[in-house]
Ligand binder design. Structure first.
Ligand SMILES: C[S@@+](CC[C@H](N)C(=O)[O-])C[C@H]1O[C@@H](n2cnc3c(N)ncnc32)[C@H](O)[C@@H]1O
Length: 424
């Protein structure tokens, strides 16, 4: 059974000096695990249910590779109140003097509140008060109206709030305090759409893996790769300093995981049982190369993941595996058992085939199916209880429980469960 509550870790992190805020996506646990994977648990603290604080400068966060974070903001101040009237007072007092340092010209302001219990109408009233105060200084000003308490990515992008002359201010409850932060990066929904829908070969039959989820899968594996020093900002340059790490997707389908790994600077090998899928992945990656000429090497070949011998230099494995047949509702128990056993047999055989081909310590992140009833009850693959016997250790995250690493849309029967393993 999946619970939506996030696991909070209570470890006291010494010298934790929060510098930035990440606003997490629709399934916050996935975003938390991704951040923990890349930056390490000592550099991150969950904040409420939708955000995380990092002791990494916003500018040092490689935002374009994050699939589970929708906004990155730099922390400006900690207000020792969570009362909106007090917060409004603070904004009215502090925004105009700060604007004095900005180049002349039109100013656009947006405000997003998280977990402060304030209504969007109240924020709009504050917006108007700030607007009239700024107008009095002679500067042309526009405020973005709040339909919800927080602006969405499209509103921030279309109103140019992260460009010159624009600000999105975030106000996030932190127990009795409020953190004030300014958005620096916003998830580029159009770029995701472009590389998802414009790819020449797509196949609805095998299910569309969203590029954001593919990024999370790659990042969960990447964070486990051996690095001499996993302090923020250094781990990526470590990768760049040697040969690019080499990722394998043994169930590559149309190549979304391969594509996202290439865009992060890795080289990739994809294999798939179906020759048609091999052709699709090749065509899609050739297309990617025309748009991003600097991507690393890629190779795609036919191969049955339960028996294939891959090249020896695999540094990480990332895949959305065989998910079984698509289902629009949960079948009768006997039928479900048959489907689960069928997928479980294939994936166990695959993991057994893969284990002796990997060096100890090589990470494997797999999106495997979990079957969801209308009430949210999940049926998991039996192999999850036998990971150790199959030659791997299951990686646990402090900021998210394994049972929370499940991606699904409301009404979906086949959810994707993310397993992060390391070859023993
Ligand atoms: C859910 S799809 C993966 C889709 C992929 N993430 C994409 O971007 O299109 C699973 C893929 O596994 C492949 N497959 C199924 N059984 C396999 C096996 N034994 N060995 C290799 N590939 C297999 C299917 O052909 C299919 O392309």
């Amino acid at each position: 059974m999946v619970t939506e509550t996030l696991y909070r870790y209570t470890k006291v992190v010494s010298n934790f000096n929060a510098k930035s805020i990440c606003i997490l996506g629709r399934q916050p646990a996935l975003g938390l695990a991704e951040l923990e994977s890349l930056y390490g648990s000592d550099h991150l603290e969950p904040l409420g249910t939708q955000a995380a604080r990092l002791d990494v400068e916003a500018g040092d966060i490689n935002f374009t590779r994050l699939g589970g974070t929708i906004k990155v903001a730099k922390i400006l101040a900690n207000l020792s109140t969570s009362n909106w009237a007090e917060i409004e007072k603070y904004l009215l007092k502090n925004i105009p003097p700060h604007l004095a340092h900005m180049p002349e010209g039109k100013f656009t302001l947006g405000i997003s509140a998280y977990e402060l219990g304030v209504k969007s109408e109240t924020i709009n009233k504050t917006n108007l008060k700030i607007k009239s105060l700024i107008k009095k200084t002679g500067r042309p000003v526009r405020v973005v109206p709040n339909k919800e308490t927080a602006l969405n990515s499209a509103q921030v992008l279309h109103n140019s709030l992260i460009k010159r002359g624009g600000w999105e201010l975030l106000l996030i409850a932190n127990k009795k305090d409020t953190i004030l932060a300014q958005t620096m990066f916003i998830q580029d929904i159009e770029a995701y759409g472009a590389r998802d829908q414009a790819r020449p070969k797509r196949d609805a039959r095998i299910g569309m893996l969203p590029p954001k989820l593919a990024q999370i899968i790659v990042n969960l594996a990447a964070g486990q790769m051996k690095q001499p020093d996993k302090t923020p900002g250094t781990w990526e340059s470590d990768i760049k300093s040697s040969r690019p790490a080499h990722f394998l997707d043994p169930f590559c389908g149309t190549g979304v995981v391969l594509q996202e790994a290439l865009l992060m600077g890795y080289s990739v090998l994809g294999t798939d049982l179906e020759p048609r899928m091999v052709e699709y992945s090749k065509a899609n990656l050739d297309w990617l190369k025309t748009r991003y000429p600097h991507i690393m090497e890629y190779k795609v070949e036919a191969g049955d993941a339960t028996a294939h011998k891959w090249a020896k230099d695999i540094d990480a494995v990332a895949a959305e595996t065989y998910l079984g047949r698509p289902l629009s509702s949960l079948p009768e128990p006997d039928k479900l058992k048959e489907i689960v056993n069928d997928v479980n047999t294939i994936l166990e055989k695959f993991l057994k085939n893969l284990a002796p081909q990997l060096k100890p310590g090589v990470p494997v992140c797999l999106a495997v199916p979990a079957w969801r009833s209308n009430g949210g009850q999940l049926t998991h693959l039996p192999l999850i209880d036998r990971i150790s016997a199959l030659g791997y250790n299951l990686v646990k995250f402090k900021a998210a429980k394994p049972t929370e690493l499940i991606y699904f849309r409301e009404g979906q029967t086949v959810a994707r469960q993310l397993l992060v393993l390391v070859k023993r």
